[in-house]
Ligand binder design. Structure first.
Ligand code: M6R
Length: 609
């Protein structure tokens, strides 16, 4: 998804911005650009200098001329929405006089209408983007100051934006604004940064201010101030980013995906740390803002998320039903928000998101809040929009996840749900003994994850064995079904092999027709009360000459191959069973020469409609 980075200070700005853009590459993009304020000469303001390129940041870097000096600038990575990826459509965009430059994340919904009006007034557009209307609106604004010009322009605009604006006549500042698309200020010593993601600035400062929707800011080299789009001053106290700049590095791995899969034992240790209360066999989740009496009043739990986070929410719903006996289910937030949902005051809504910025989830949360619902967030990125919008919640503490394909965040999110389920269960009817049993199981997870990861060579060998498949089936029952769905998503995202996920119980209701030697099945077979049922499903597949790779707690005779994973408590088994299949997807994609960290057509956080 698009990325913004900006700097004002004393340092040479172009290398800083290019480095910032490289740190945003993981979000997915198809073109990039940079604009800087050139040095002022003999009483004249410094002209804006711009370079743009379709393709990667390295292609932009190659186009930047040697003499490109300046100490203020903004830059962008674009993910095409309005208009194809091209040099012209890449951001920044400038007006005809080259005075105003804008980079923009988000979508301007009334862009066509504004474009028609501006064209009728004689404005010539140079790109097909929605963003360019904003440039011309700012350039034509009658207001005196840059802040007022931007404010005047934004008044005409409907839609979402994170914007940064440079103006040649106001070259001591960058003006930024946010509505539905993240903007983070980085506060340095006599220098200021702005970005759409802390990843772009954490190497330079860990002091940040996250803008709220409807907020703007003016950045000068030694000062910043924040205010609303209506003009009233707001208070912004910088907070410290908890993640080190090094957490964003590859750390000796060839890909972020491999690094992030490998980090899972530590990540799970982190989400458990300081939360277990052995005395009462429960856990403390400080930020829930839900006291015991309120928690007892909850009659239903509805979990909302997208993609992998939705799958983690499905496992979460099962954990909540099993441990707390509260009816719970998960639904894609992208569907929920469009079906005019009945919002029930006794239902607790839980929004799940790694990035905390996914627009569909955020919009669902905003709709729920508008209707008076209580919403908790289960989020990885501290201070992100969903975390801020929710009434309370818990962070999953997975650390930065850079690969577009989510792995460690899935695992940590499911563990966070296990903690929530245990907490709610112990407030209700879960016994001390069962609470202790789950806690002991949670404590075993990091070591068991390391055991699974130590089996990587064998999983790699198996990936090679199945890499010829054009299509794969993933099956599981009850606890195994969301694991199958997530594993199928992992495989298709990163290897582009078509994959289907079905409840094993549904096989004979249709998908069995697909089974033949060229369509292998991955079966999730936990050692629980459904073991025999799962074995029967494998039998049905074998009878149709289907190949089977089982993920199980013991070798499965019906399967051609079995990846054996350590057994935990039945309720916690899904946390472990997905991990070998992350490695399976990774090695399949690697063998096929795929772009592992940036699969085609995908973005790390989907902050637009
Ligand atoms: O940041 P979020 O968890 O809200 O993102 C939701 C999905 O876009 C995300 O999980 C997506 O499905 C990933 N590509 C999965 O690997």
């Amino acid at each position: 998804m698009c990325g913004i980075v900006g700097y004002i200070g004393k340092r040479d700005v172009a290398p800083l911005l290019l480095e910032g853009l490289q740190r945003l590459e993981y979000r997915g993009y198809d073109s990039a650009g940079i604009v800087i304020t050139g040095k002022a000469a003999a009483g004249k303001p410094g002209a804006l200098k711009m370079v743009k390129a379709k393709g990667r940041v390295r292609e932009l870097e190659a186009k930047v001329p040697k003499r490109f000096a300046g100490t203020t600038g903004i830059a962008h990575t674009r993910w095409a929405t309005h208009g194809a990826p091209s040099d012209e459509n890449a951001h920044p965009h400038m007006d005809a006089e080259n005075k105003v430059a804008v980079v923009h994340n988000g979508i301007i919904d009334n862009a066509s209408e504004l474009r028609a009006k501006l064209t009728a007034d004689g404005v010539v557009f140079l790109s097909e983007t929605d963003t360019e209307v904003l440039v011309h609106l700012i350039a034509r604004a009658q207001a005196e100051t840059l802040e007022e010009k931007v404010r005047e322009a934004l008044r005409h605009v409907e839609g979402t934006y994170g914007v940064a604006v440079l103006h040649a006549d106001f070259n001591d500042r960058i003006v930024v604004a946010r509505n539905g698309s993240p903007v983070v200020l980085g506060i340095g010593e006599k220098e200021m940064f702005v970005a759409s993601d802390v990843a772009a600035l954490v190497a330079h400062t860990r002091q940040v201010v996250t803008l709220d929707d409807g907020e703007m800011a003016t950045l000068k080299a030694d000062d910043f101030r924040t205010y609303t789009t209506e003009g009233s001053t707001t208070t912004a106290t910088p907070t410290t980013v908890e993640w080190e700049a090094e957490s964003y590095d590859m750390g000796g791995h060839d890909t972020y995906m491999h690094k992030e899969i490998s980090e899972q034992a530590d990540a799970v240790d982190r989400v458990l740390r300081g939360r277990i209360d052995d005395r009462f066999s429960t856990v403390h989740l400080g930020g829930l803002n839900l006291d015991a009496r309120e928690a007892r009043g909850v009659r239903r739990i509805k979990i909302l998320g997208c993609g992998t986070s939705y799958h983690a929410g499905q496992i979460g719903a099962q954990l909540i039903e099993e441990l707390a006996r509260i009816p719970a289910d998960a639904e894609p937030a992208s569907e929920f928000r469009y079906r005019n949902p009945v919002v029930d005051p006794d239902t607790l809504y839980v929004a799940v998101s790694q990035s905390g910025e996914t627009y569909d989830v955020l919009a669902a949360v905003q709709e729920l809040k508008r209707k008076g619902a209580r919403v908790l967030g289960v989020v990885n990125v501290v201070g992100s929009a969903i975390a801020r919008e929710a009434d309370g919640g818990t962070y999953v503490h997975a650390g930065p996840e850079v690969c577009v394909v989510s792995t460690k965040c899935f695992t940590n999110t499911v563990v966070a749900f296990a903690l929530l389920a245990l907490h709610l269960g112990r407030i209700r009817d879960l016994s001390v003994a069962d609470g202790k049993r789950i806690i002991d199981g949670l404590r075993r997870l990091p070591e068991q994850i390391s055991e699974i990861l130590a089996n990587e060579d064998e999983i790699k060998r198996l990936a090679a064995e199945y890499a010829d498949a054009k299509s794969m089936m993933f099956i599981g029952r009850v606890r195994g079904y969301p694991v199958a769905r997530e594993a199928s998503l992992k495989l298709k995202e990163v290897s582009y092999i078509h994959a289907e996920a079905y409840p094993a119980s549904e096989l004979k209701h249709g998908p069995l027709a697909l089974i033949e030697p060229a369509m292998p099945t991955v079966a999730i077979v936990p050692d629980d009360d459904l073991l025999e049922k799962n074995r029967a499903a494998m039998e049905e597949i074998k009878a149709r000459s289907g190949r089977i790779l089982a993920v199980a707690h013991q070798v499965q005779e019906k399967a051609d191959h079995t990846i054996v994973v350590p057994k935990n408590e039945n309720e916690l088994d899904p946390i472990l069973m997905g991990i070998p299949l992350q490695l399976f997807a990774y090695h399949t994609a690697l063998a096929m020469g795929r772009d592992i960290d940036k699969p085609r057509n995908l973005a790390k956080s989907v902050t637009v409609e």
